[in-house]
Design a protein around this ligand. Structure first.
Ligand code: NAD
Length: 221
C-alpha cells in the first residue's frame, strides 16, 4: 500500500483526489492537510510515502519543499508558481518530485498533436477557458502547450487568451492558421474526474522515477 497525504484536501481538486486515493486498492489516504480543516502539512508528513499537492500558487512551492526536505515524494498539480525553484529543491533531495500542469490524458494528447502540427502550420493562438475561481492566468496547461509548440518550431502568438466564467471547468483550444486554412484542436475537462487517473498514475510511479524532478504526464505514459 502507498500511504498518501493530500495537501489542499478541502479544495475542489483535493476532495476528488482524497476520494480517488480511498477508492484505489493499492493506495491508503493517511492525511488531509488544509487550513480549512485545521490540519497543517507538517502534521501528516511523517506518515506519508507520497504527498499530492493541489493548493494555491503562493503555497505550493513551500509545501513541495517541505515534502522534499522530509524525504517524502511529492506529486504537484498546483499551477501558477516558479517551477525552476522547485527543480532546484528537488535536485538536492533524497525524494522525487513530479509535476503535471494537466493530469487529463486528453489535454496531454492535445499537446502532443500540437507539437506534430507545429512544423507544418507554425502560426497559432491558444485560448484557455476556466471556472471563475481559478487564481492564475494564463493556465499552466496553456503555458506548457506554448513551450512545447515553440520548441517544435511553432510560433504561438501572444498573449495567450484566458477566459474566466462560471459554468466552465478546464478547457483549451489551439488554433493553427495557414494559407487559406485553419486547424483547431480543443480539449474539455467537463468534470474533475478527468484528472484522477493521471493523479493516481503519478502517485504510483513518482517513487520509481529515474530523475529527482519530472514535468509532464506524458513522461509516465
Ligand atoms: N494539474 C492539473 O491537472 C490541475 C487540474 C485542476 C486544477 N489544478 C490546479 O490545482 C490548484 C487547486 O485547484 P482547486 O480548484 O482545487 O482550488 P481550491 O481553491 O478549490 O483548493 C485549494 C485548497 O488549498 C488549500 N490550501 C491553501 N493553503 C494551503 C496550505 N498551505 N496547505 C494545504 N492546503 C492549503 C485551500 O484552503 C483550499 O482548500 C490550482 O492551482 C489549479 O490551477 C491543476
Amino acid at each position: 500500500m502507498i500511504k498518501v497525504a493530500v495537501a489542499g484536501a478541502a479544495g475542489r481538486m483535493g476532495q476528488a483526489v482524497c476520494e480517488t486515493v480511498e477508492a484505489a486498492e493499492d493506495t491508503e489516504l493517511i492525511g488531509r492537510a488544509d487550513p480549512a480543516l485545521g490540519v497543517e502539512l507538517a502534521d501528516v508528513l511523517a506518515d506519508a510515502d507520497v504527498v499530492v499537492d493541489f493548493t494555491t500558487p503562493d503555497t505550493a512551492l513551500a509545501n513541495a519543499e517541505a515534502c522534499l526536505e522530509a524525504g517524502v515524494h511529492v506529486v504537484v498539480g498546483t499551477t501558477g508558481f516558479d517551477l525552476e525553484a522547485l527543480r532546484a529543491a528537488a535536485e538536492t533531495s533524497s525524494a522525487n518530485c513530479f509535476v503535471a500542469p494537466n493530469f487529463a490524458i486528453g489535454a496531454v494528447l492535445l499537446m502532443q498533436v500540437s507539437q506534430a502540427i507545429a512544423p507544418h502550420m507554425p502560426e497559432c493562438e491558444i485560448v484557455e477557458l476556466h471556472h471563475d475561481r481559478k487564481l492564475d492566468a494564463p493556465s499552466g496547461t496553456a503555458k506548457r502547450t506554448a513551450e512545447l509548440i515553440d520548441a517544435a518550431g511553432g510560433n504561438v502568438h501572444q498573449p495567450i487568451h484566458s477566459v474566466r466564467l462560471p459554468g466552465l471547468v478546464a478547457h483549451q483550444e489551439v488554433i493553427f492558421g495557414g494559407e487559406g486554412q485553419t486547424l483547431s484542436l480543443r480539449h474539455d475537462s467537463i468534470d474533475r474526474r478527468s484528472f484522477m487517473p493521471g493523479v493516481l498514475l503519478a502517485v504510483r510511479k513518482v517513487g520509481g522515477l529515474p530523475d529527482r524532478f519530472t514535468v509532464g504526464l506524458e513522461k509516465l505514459l
